[in-house]
Ligand binder design. Structure first.
Ligand code: SAM
Length: 268
């Protein structure tokens, strides 16, 4: 079966519910299983490990939202590090992503490495309800958690809608560039050294993150789509950054924020 996600049954992932689930939770589990083309396993009184069986990950529908559970840990969509950043913005302080992208209300942002969407939560609030955020995530489970999470109560009121797409953002950027489509800002925050230890469930997150290396081609694709800035995070500057148009954003504590202007239009 092909779900609305466009993905045909993903092996290694099952859907279940919390124990003694309410009718609403059971209906929600059924909806997500159907939408994403996943098997729904009755929980009854069994442990998640029993329900998971040979699958790697169980997506558990609870009264509080979705939780991904594997033998390695649990992972859920929550504000995480975005909570502090959003608080700072509300108190008139700045945020490196907002500053690097010069984000203003109404902007359109493409997050090419969505993960669990902390940067996207910040961007969505900064661009407001007249703006738009598209988030691309390569991993199935993260894309599902983010899709359901952004549709729930966690995004702050007044935030832009976040449209989550599962896929390889290099392909999405290439297709947009070929079609002449653009957004104001593209964000690239690829993995380096694993998910941040401050993230709950980061052991499981490590299993679920796709390690696409940051390279000049990915930056070039982003520069072909961005109208104002490509914002990149990296643990250090690379030799090729200047040739890719990347400069460090000064004045951040971590020093890991870089940005590049759009690629100059090709000569006719
Ligand atoms: C460091 S995390 C991003 C964290 C995110 N910025 C946040 O604030 O929560 C990088 C994410 O990019 C995803 N990823 C890696 N390569 C990708 C690709 N080619 N297309 C889309 N997503 C990709 C990984 O699976 C991972 O979830």
């Amino acid at each position: 079966m092909t779900g609305a996600s466009g993905v045909t049954g993903v092996s290694g992932v099952v859907v279940t519910t919390s124990k003694s689930a309410s009718d609403a939770v059971r209906a929600e589990a059924r909806r997500v299983a159907d939408t994403w083309g996943l098997p729904l396993v009755e929980r009854g009184k069994a442990s998640v490990a029993t329900v998971r069986g040979d699958a790697t990950t169980a997506l558990v529908c609870t009264e509080e939202g979705w939780v991904a559970e594997s033998a390695r840990g649990r992972l859920a969509f929550h504000q995480g590090t975005a909570a502090k950043r959003l608080r700072a913005l509300r108190h008139g302080q700045t945020d490196p992503l907002v500053r690097a992208g010069e984000l203003t209300p109404g902007d359109h942002v493409l997050d090419a490495t969505l993960g669990l969407g902390r940067d996207a939560l910040v961007a969505a609030w900064a661009v407001g309800r007249d703006g738009a955020v598209i988030g691309i995530e390569a991993d199935f489970v993260l894309a599902l958690l983010a899709t359901e999470g952004f549709a729930g109560p966690i995004p702050r009121a007044g935030s832009a809608p976040v449209e989550v797409r599962r896929g390889d953002s290099r392909q999405v950027l290439a297709a947009m560039a070929a079609a002449g489509e653009g957004v104001d800002v593209v964000l690239l925050d690829p993995m380096f050294g694993g998910p941040r230890a401050s993230d709950t469930g980061f052991t499981l997150a490590r299993e679920h993150t796709v390690p696409t290396p940051l390279d000049p081609e990915w930056v070039a694709l982003a520069r072909a789509v961005a109208r104002r800035w490509v914002v990149v995070t990296a643990e250090r500057a690379r030799d090729w950054f200047p040739d890719a148009g990347l400069e460090r954003l000064e004045g951040t504590r971590s020093g890991r924020w870089f940005r590049a202007r759009p690629a100059p239009a090709a000569a006719a």
